[in-house]
Ligand binder design. Structure first.
Ligand SMILES: [Zn+2]
Length: 332
């Protein structure tokens, strides 16, 4: 373990908040978990990173999060309170070196010694697992099989990842959504718990790539994760659910859009402007804001009814990936 990295200021502040809350860190009750969540978010961690830490605390798996140095003290404090072990990568990663059309989210990282980079933090109940995670990712290919096992990724999805990695890097900025759509071969809607594309807007239940938009093992795994999130806070769980039950419009290499709205007919969604969020402003976004309707074909490609030129609005490979919270999500 690495002891600490310039934590004085933040640790001091965390200590003060602790005193105000007047509690001891030994009894990890529901109230304590909620306080811990608040402290993690206040320290700058995302909802996804905080969820990962609570999964490790529940003994569900080893978790890996990437952290700036200033975020470390809150994570170390969490690990100490929860009696979790952690390891830090001895290299750093720089993200956002090229535009990926994903807003404040990046799939591509470059290893570096630059202190401005992020470090991976491996957290687990089992010290051996965090050590193995750190070792496995030293390899140039990041050790996908061993990491898959430690992160409890379904084997079908690790296999999919390894098989398609080169194509994903070459064509899709290391995102696999369009390959997953190709392998799935049906229009959906799909189970909302599998909407990892919502990660571009701050929420997802896992950080691996899906072999299929209907992967049963991933649905079971995601339900277990929702229960862990709900144990921390039922309203935190509802926030995840609300954010995941949405329709994704994936404009390859340009933008990802997320729409909340009402299904009107099989493959048509009606929505208000504030229901549409996008990682970048694109001509397609402007068009959708005017139309307030999203229509798509059986293969997930967009359907335009407002004139022939409209099809030119969207990036070459654009796909609609609809998710729903309805339990019977038969194809439409
Ligand atoms: Zn799978």
């Amino acid at each position: 373990m690495i002891a600490s990295v310039e934590p004085a200021g933040i640790v001091g502040r965390v200590g003060a908040i602790e005193q105000q809350c007047d509690r001891k860190a030994t009894d990890v009750t529901a109230r304590t978990r909620l306080e811990q969540l608040g402290l993690l978010l206040a320290a700058g961690l995302t909802n996804i990173q905080a969820r990962e830490l609570f999964e490790a605390a529940a003994g569900f798996k080893m978790s890996r999060i990437n952290l700036f140095d200033h975020e470390l003290p809150a994570v170390i404090k969490f690990c100490d309170e929860q009696r979790l072990s952690y390891e830090l990568s001895d290299y750093r990663v720089l993200e956002f070196m090229s535009e990926e059309g994903k807003g404040h989210f990046s799939n591509m990282g470059t290893r570096t010694d630059d202190p401005a980079g992020l470090r991976y933090c491996y957290v687990s109940r089992d010290p051996e697992e965090s050590r193995r995670g750190k070792e496995a990712e030293r390899a140039e290919d990041f050790g996908p099989w061993e990491m898959g096992e430690l992160l409890r990724v379904p084997k079908c999805c690790t296999d999919f990842f390894v098989r398609n990695k080169q194509e994903a890097i070459d064509r899709y900025s290391d995102d696999y959504a369009l390959i997953t759509s190709r392998e799935t071969g049906s229009p959906g809607p799909f189970d909302f718990r599998l909407n990892y594309q919502a990660q571009y807007f701050g929420y997802s239940l896992f950080t691996y790539f899906l072999c299929n938009w209907r992967c049963e093992e991933s649905i079971r795994r995601s339900e277990a994760i929702l229960e862990i999130v709900g144990d921390v806070s039922p309203s935190w769980r509802r926030t995840f659910e609300r954010n995941l039950a949405s329709v994704i419009v994936y404009e390859n290499l340009v933008a990802v859009h997320r729409v909340h709205g009402e299904f009107v007919g099989g493959r048509e969604l009606a929505f208000y402007p504030h229901d549409l969020r996008s990682t970048s402003s694109t001509p397609l976004r402007e068009f959708l804001l005017r139309e307030r309707r999203l229509r798509w074909e059986q293969d997930g490609s967009l359907r335009f009814t407002a004139g022939g030129g409209a099809a030119l609005l969207a990036a070459d490979e654009t796909r609609v990936i609809p998710f729903t919270a309805e339990t019977s999500s038969a194809d439409v």
